[in-house]
Design a protein around this ligand. Sequence first.
Ligand code: SAM
Length: 231
Amino acid sequence: MRIDVLTLFPDAFRGPLDVSIIKRAREDGLLDLQIHDIREHATDRHKSVDDYPFGGGQGMVMRVDVLDRALQFVQEQDGPPGLVVYLSPQGEVLSDRLVRELARNERLVLVCGRYEGVDERFVEHCVDREISIGDYILTGGELPAMVLIDAVARHIPGALGDEVSPEEESFAGGLLEHPQYTRPAEYRGWEVPEVLLSGHHAKIEKWKMEQRLTRTRERRPDLLRGDGPQE
Ligand code: SAM
């Protein structure tokens, strides 16, 4: 899978996507991540990427012409054009279902806004999906893009290795995961549920399913009602 990111702050992507599972997926050629600096597509002598909003109001708005040139540059590179996603607090809220849907694309182009956001004409004419990571405002789309990349990359076949499956994690099948324990079996008098030490496979599986149901009912009843992120 290929993911292109358009950003004014390419350096923000150093670090979080260079460790662990994502690092390995990149090294193994499963994820081709390309970060592009939008400012390289500014043409005036000040390299301006933003301007005052028409009609007045606070802050600055990212220019449609600069964004369009940056996007065209990326889309004209090798391979099929990508699905264009603008990270925006006004978009559809990211969920497990949406992550799985995005992971089915061969290529994604993620556009990170800054300031007061982007000129609406760019959204109207160039963007396929607007996606939010939650009902709060961040200073830019870089962290939301990294959240999306991390979540999507886990669904690239082979990215998690053989031992782990996204089907056993929270939200798969509309339930939260059961609680997890590891050694030592007893610590400061805090014990592990006895059934997990019993070696009785069927009983353990039954316990895990009960835990998943109880947790989901207590913490996220919306998932059971079917009006949570799964639906
Ligand atoms: N003026 C915009 C509004 O009220 O809808 C908010 C702009 S925000 C300060 C700047 C940029 O951060 C946005 O263009 C977007 O790319 C990103 N951003 C902020 N919050 C976000 C969120 N919850 N999800 C996704 N992107 C977000």
